[in-house]
Design a protein around this ligand. Structure first.
Ligand code: G1P
Length: 306
């Protein structure tokens, strides 16, 4: 019997060394795209896709994430007293989003290990995994919902993929699709390789941070051997699973931003700002004024010229 997907694991224990010093005393997931933390975009995608319970796999120094999704009575009281209704609404909404669970990953033993930490809360249901660096934008259905629909049709695990450039392949888990180089939107997966060099990549289709997993995955993750870095890779667990049970890849509709990378973070910031109804027009005008010559004074930026 196929059940709806109601639970999601968000692994957020990573140290975020690529964003030092910003991430020294603050979780990288709390960096903001305009005025909302990256992690909130991901939580909102999950909720818009029908998720009701979120399990955050956290680590040391990640308390700000728990606080962010909790009630803040003092702040609410303060906003209420000042009559700041819109802000009050925004703050309250965050803690009402859904039920949150927090489990610790005590050692950085990889994504597969982080997923195993959620096992007791997941139980026997299929569940979603959303990686904390991958922010998705879709003007149709949310990306996770597209994967859930494929899961409901197939009753199997589903990984979200998109084609990436040759120069990027070695950063990702890459699938070996059944239909070779031009697979349909949803394709059976024959194998997966974590971060292969280009010449060994079985396709150009990379797994981009969204998964629907059947609980069988836990059995295989227990069997995965640690890699050279001592980590248990989810990709390897899926590679083992797909030899025994069907695993599908869904080439999803939407734009994926890698906010764990500085340039990716900047692109996400600019594009999210451009889409905002309160900022987009003015920001677009400002960006186009940057094409030379830049009238810095017009934008109140001061000048370095004497
Ligand atoms: C992880 C996964 C990888 C996946 C990627 C997507 O890698 O291990 O398979 O393609 O996320 O962002 P990481 O970026 O954590 O090294």
């Amino acid at each position: 019997m196929v059940h709806k997907v109601k639970k999601a694991i968000l692994p957020v224990a990573g140290m975020g060394t690529r964003f030092l010093p910003a991430s020294k005393a603050m979780p990288k997931e709390m960096l903001t795209l305009v005025d909302k933390p990256v992690i909130q975009y991901i939580v909102e995608e999950a909720i818009a896709s029908g998720i009701e319970e979120i399990i955050m796999v956290t680590g040391r120094g990640k308390n700000a994430i728990e606080d962010h999704f909790d009630r803040s009575l003092e702040l609410e009281h303060h906003l209420e007293k000042r009559g700041q209704k819109i802000e009050l609404e925004k703050v309250r909404k965050i803690s009402d989003l859904c039920d949150f669970w927090y489990v610790r990953q005590k050692e950085p033993l990889g994504l597969g290990h982080a997923i195993l930490r959620g096992r007791d809360i997941i139980g026997d249901d299929s569940f979603a995994v959303l990686l904390g660096d991958d922010v998705m934008y879709s003007d149709r259905e949310p990306v996770l919902m597209q994967l859930i629909e494929t899961h409901l049709q197939t009753n199997a695990s589903v990984v979200g993929v998109q084609q990436v450039a040759d120069s990027e392949i070695s950063k990702y888990g890459v699938i070996d699709p059944q239909n070779g180089d031009h697979p349909p939107k949803t394709v059976l997966v024959k194998g997966l390789v974590e971060k292969p060099p280009l010449e060994k990549a079985p396709s150009k289709l990379a797994v981009l941070g969204r998964y629907i997993l059947t609980p069988e995955i836990f059995y295989w993750l227990e069997k995965v051997e640690r890699d050279q870095k001592g980590e248990i890779q989810l990709t390897e667990g899926l590679n083992m699973l797909c030899k025994e049970s069907p695993v599908y890849a869904h080439d999803f509709y939407g734009i994926r931003y890698d906010t764990g990378d500085k340039l990716g973070f900047l692109k996400a910031t600019v594009e999210h700002a451009l889409r905002r109804s309160d900022l987009g027009n003015e920001f677009r005008e400002y960006l186009s004024s940057l094409r030379p010559p830049v009238d810095r004074r017009k934008h109140g930026l001061g000048s370095l010229e004497h």
